[in-house]
Write a protein that binds this ligand. Structure first.
Ligand SMILES: [Zn+2]
Length: 431
């Protein structure tokens, strides 16, 4: 190869790498680690963050995005969502809708969530006989559609008569329940193996009764210790973590001791349960937004009357114990229990966490860094640092002054790709 050919190749390579570079300028950066940086310049190459520096000359071929007075944050992470849902009477909706319809609805829902700033989601199981959310993830990861990163479980595993069973039909009727029904350690093992076989990278169990389901009681523990042990053992063998829906105090304690990674809801936890979670390093995902949504938007729903009543009666205890947990240093993540509401509403979870004692910075970290650690993806997402995926959002005003600003996300980038840029025209590459 002569030297002119080599020079030509080097020039082409240089052009190629530089053309993929993007530089974002803004007024402030909240990086997810607790730091606030003024006048940041975030350099992105091939979908990843290369450096965070001060403003300087922009190198040739770099795409410049100047966000002016806006504040940059890591993409938000919701670790408790149900994208296949969109109805107050979700068990009836489950029986009416095919898995294909649910997948299409879920695609719309997760794309809306991405537009609202949520760049990663953990599905907490969904009402679906097939694997709609796993196919949704496959389609997004395969590049068929743009959407957030999706992790989680296809189904919630429930015992007969539990929160994942349909308890309002006559015994003669044959339907497939919204949850994956399993009883006894052997069936639990099989359910876990099936979930993993078809794509779940989390196992979700309904350890106790639920608020929304007909015919069960959230104060009851549903899994036997043997069933719980079988689930965690089988999932751990495959290095898949378990999330446990648990309202009843005793259910929370049993699940924590069995080795689940996160407790979902935790409504009736007492101080001993808090101490156990701290001792075992278990995350709590309190899912406060869903009760607000039901009370504000579905107060007349017959299907939700049980859930609304239970939420009303337990609200003071939930908030008091959560306040205590936060004070004691419990790991609390952001999970909304999203069930198809307008996507911006999900950021209400941050406001509620501030009400129970988090600072706005702590709440932001709960929905970014802390959640990424729960997902075991903190080497990829959750903070704006060199080497991480360029999942970056912006808001117009300072969310540390008013946390509700997170309901008004005006810029979204995922993996270096801009998917929302309110109030910005296409900026040319620097010459
Ligand atoms: Zn849920």
């Amino acid at each position: 190869m002569n030297k002119f050919v080599i020079l030509f190749l080097v020039l082409c390579m240089d052009f190629h790498t530089q053309a993929q570079r993007t530089l974002i300028l803004a007024k402030t950066l909240i990086d997810g680690t607790g730091k606030v940086i003024s006048d940041p310049a975030v350099l992105i190459d091939s979908g990843r963050i290369i450096s965070i520096g001060r403003r300087g000359p922009v190198s040739k071929g770099t795409q410049l995005i100047n966000l002016g007075e806006r504040t940059l944050l890591p993409g938000l992470i919701d670790v408790h969502v149900h994208p296949d849902n969109g109805d107050d009477d979700y068990q009836v909706a489950h029986l009416r809708s095919s898995s294909a319809y649910k997948a299409l609805m879920a695609l719309k829902n997760v794309q809306d969530l991405l537009q609202a700033g949520w760049t990663a989601l953990r599905v907490a199981g969904d009402q679906d006989v097939a694997y709609a959310n796993m196919d949704l993830r496959k389609a997004i990861d395969g590049g068929l559609f743009t959407g957030p990163h999706i992790y989680g479980a296809a189904h919630y595993i429930s015992v007969t008569g539990g929160g994942g069973d349909i308890n309002f039909i006559s015994p003669e009727q044959q339907v497939i329940a919204d949850g994956l029904i399993a009883n006894g350690p052997d069936e639990m093992r099989k359910a876990v193996r099936n979930e993993i076989k078809y794509g779940s990278n989390w196992i979700k169990i309904l350890e106790t009764g639920a608020f929304m389901t007909t015919g069960d009681n959230p104060q009851n523990v549903h899994f036997s210790p043997e069933e719980l042990k079988a689930v965690v053992e089988e999932a751990s063998r495959r290095d898949v973590p378990v999330m446990a829906h648990a309202h009843a105090t005793e259910g929370i304690k049993q699940a924590v001791k069995a080795g689940v990674r996160s407790i979902e809801h935790g409504s009736y936890m007492d101080e001993e349960a808090i101490d156990l979670m701290i001792q075992y390093g278990t995350w709590l995902i309190p899912t406060l937004t869903i009760d607000l949504w039901f009370q504000e938007k579905w107060s007349d729903s017959k299907a939700l009357s049980k859930a609304i009543e239970l939420a009303k009666n337990s609200r003071k205890q939930v908030y008091d114990m959560l306040r205590l947990g936060i004070r004691k240093g419990l790991k609390v993540g952001v999970g909304t229990d999203y069930v198809g509401w307008p996507a911006e509403y999900s950021a209400r979870e941050f406001e509620e966490l501030v009400k129970v004692g988090m600072t706005p910075m702590q709440a932001i970290m709960a929905g970014t860094k802390v959640n990424a650690e729960l997902l075991r993806k903190d080497n990829e997402i959750g903070t704006i640092e060199p080497g991480k995926l360029a999942d970056i959002i912006a808001v117009d005003k300072d969310p540390l002054k008013d946390i509700s600003e997170l309901q008004r996300v005006t810029f979204v980038m995922i993996g270096g790709k801009v998917v929302k840029k309110t109030g910005l025209s296409d900026s040319p590459q620097s010459k």
